[in-house]
Design a protein around this ligand. Structure first.
Ligand code: NAG
Ligand code: NAG
Length: 529
């Protein structure tokens, strides 16, 4: 009886107190703040044409424009015209054939207006999302008595800092000195109150300090705190610092620290432990004989490195062996989807991309590529692929995007590279490389391979990665390419089926590619060679 009562009491306690404490917990934790996290002001798209216009008082001064410099400036009116070809022998072999492609013309004419409208709407949202107040140009007015930090001030979301470097320099004697500070997503306060300084608005968005003693005011200015009050990481607060008609403007970045993603690479001291550092990733479709040749050749040199295989064959065969992971995908998912799946499963610091018809040889030294990534700021470094003809391909590309108009921007690709890398005479920096490369896993995951590109695609990845990936290429790390050039009568049944999927006759694959350029990358056309 007693026990029951005790139990009942316990029940009551649980039934009443637990929900109550939950409610209290909620109330305590509840914040009544409402923050618009979308309404960032996006900057104007076009280049400011007023930039070169004189102020009124300078309008009469004569000058002579330099066309060679004006030509170098961005103009927001790019065009794609194929380069004029000079008729020199082997031009095409040496430099490639120049071409120009119009993506607008490739779109379905009946849908183009509506597609364009949707694209521009998405583009507007993208610009608002990616805009940061610290991107804005701030001009420091001439002759200001105000001293303040121009850049580099940073605060964690909802945390507090002391603003460094604030000071007022006034030479003539005054009865009263006054400064004020204002911001939009935080509040000011002082870490200590200095004698003979009057503070108005401590704990608010606008604070005014005044004193008859300039030194006291300056001492007080060393003790100004800023607290971020609106939780909105990766943005910034713009602070205005004012005194007697002068205004200084600077930004305080609001952001979390960058959380590192580190990979444990083992303890071996003398040489790189490739098994601990690198995973080899490939995508296969039907060509199991070629894949097996690749695996056998890898094992000759790297017996314990993990190989990840993405496979979208219709009737997949099991590929077995130590340190091999085969991932089966729905039939015909395609080239980039497979690459994406394969790299998503990598858990080492680096991933080496190979095609399933490559063959490792003694010159396929992954160590060399690892060395480049370990000792430089590059994110991805390509090697060379040796064709059966003995010809080497590094496929080094320079890619640039030239500002355009409402129709879109222009993409330019060029064979070539930017510069040689110091300390690595065989390596250069480029924007795109051949499909045999070593990459930092975390960086390549950031760019990803667009799964909508199912067939012929390669350069698209580097276009998506422009601005994210720092790319290099070394021609002394070489992998062999099992024959690609087949005489029609020597093709096996698998070869024929493979070609049917990989290089389709219909233009649908090419259309997808051009539609993605048009919509996703907001390009109107491309030229290249
Ligand atoms: C592409 O073609 C469309 C229509 O076919 C045309 O209006 C447009 O000006 C062209 N764009 C470029 C960049 O050549
Ligand atoms: C290299 O790394 C692999 C995998 O982490 C490990 O099993 C092996 O013992 C390491 N080898 C050396 C020499 O440290």
């Amino acid at each position: 009886m007693l026990k029951m009562r005790a139990n009942r009491k316990l029940c009551f306690t649980v039934a009443v107190l637990v929900p109550m404490s939950f409610i209290c917990f909620h109330v305590w934790n509840k914040s009544d703040k409402v923050v618009a996290v979308w309404n960032r002001e996006a900057p104007e798209d076009v280049l400011d044409t007023n930039l070169l216009q004189p102020l009124e008082k300078y309008a009469g001064i004569s000058l002579k424009w330099k066309d060679e410099v004006l030509e170098l400036l961005p103009k927001n009116n790019c065009k794609c015209e194929a380069e004029k070809t000079l008729n020199i022998p082997f031009r095409q072999e040496l430099l490639g054939k120049p071409y120009s492609r119009n993506f607008t013309a490739a779109m379905e004419p009946s849908r183009i207006d509506e597609t364009h409208k949707r694209r521009e709407l998405e583009y507007k949202n993208f610009k608002m999302r990616s805009y940061n107040p610290t991107d804005r140009i701030i001009i420091a007015e001439a002759n200001s008595p105000l001293q303040y930090p121009v850049q580099g001030v940073e605060v964690r979301p909802l945390k507090t800092i002391i603003i460094p470097g604030l000071s007022l320099l006034v030479l003539e004697k005054k009865n009263n000195y006054e400064v004020s500070l204002s911001c939009t997503i935080g509040i000011f306060d002082v870490a200590a109150e200095v004698d003979s300084v009057t503070i108005i608005g401590a704990g608010e968005k606008q604070m005014t300090l005044s004193s008859s003693l300039l030194n006291n005011l300056n001492r007080q200015l060393q003790l100004i705190s800023y607290t971020n009050t609106v939780f909105h990481p990766n943005t910034a607060d713009t602070v205005q610092f004012q005194s007697a008609g002068h205004t200084g403007t600077f930004t305080i970045k609001v952001r979390h620290p960058v959380v590192p993603k580190l990979y444990d690479v083992g303890t071996s001291k003398s040489a790189y432990n490739i098994s601990a550092l690198v995973t080899i990733a490939t995508k296969t479709f039907l060509r199991y004989d070629k894949l097996q040749d690749l695996i056998d050749s890898i094992r000759k040199f790297y017996p314990t490195v993990t190989i990840i295989i993405a496979d979208d064959s219709e009737k997949p065969q099991k590929v077995e062996g130590p340190y091999i992971e085969q991932y089966l995908m729905p039939f015909g998912k395609g080239w980039f989807a497979g690459r994406n799946l394969a790299i998503s499963q990598v858990s080492t610091k680096y991933v080496l991309w190979v095609d399933d018809d490559f063959i490792f040889c003694p010159r396929t030294k992954i160590e060399k590529l690892v060395d480049v990534l370990e000792k430089t700021s590059l994110d991805l470094v390509g090697g060379a692929v040796r064709e059966i003809t003995g010809y080497y391909t590094t496929y080094r590309q320079k890619i640039s995007i030239i500002p355009g108009d409402k129709e879109g921007d222009c993409l330019k690709t060029h064979q070539g590279y930017h510069h040689v890398i110091e300390g690595f005479p065989n390596c250069v920096v480029a924007d795109g490389v051949v499909n045999f490369f070593l990459a930092r896993t975390d960086k390549i995951l950031k760019v990803g391979f667009d799964p909508r590109l199912s067939r012929v695609a390669h350069l698209e990845f580097f276009i998506d990665g422009l601005g994210t990936l720092h790319v290099g290429s070394c021609d002394d790390v070489i992998v062999d390419h099992a024959s690609k050039i087949h005489l029609p009568w020597s093709k096996t049944k698998t070869d024929k089926e493979y070609s049917k999927f990989r290089y389709p006759k219909s233009s649908s694959a090419s259309n997808t590619q051009q539609e993605l350029f048009y919509f996703k990358n907001r390009l109107k056309c491309m030229t290249g060679n």
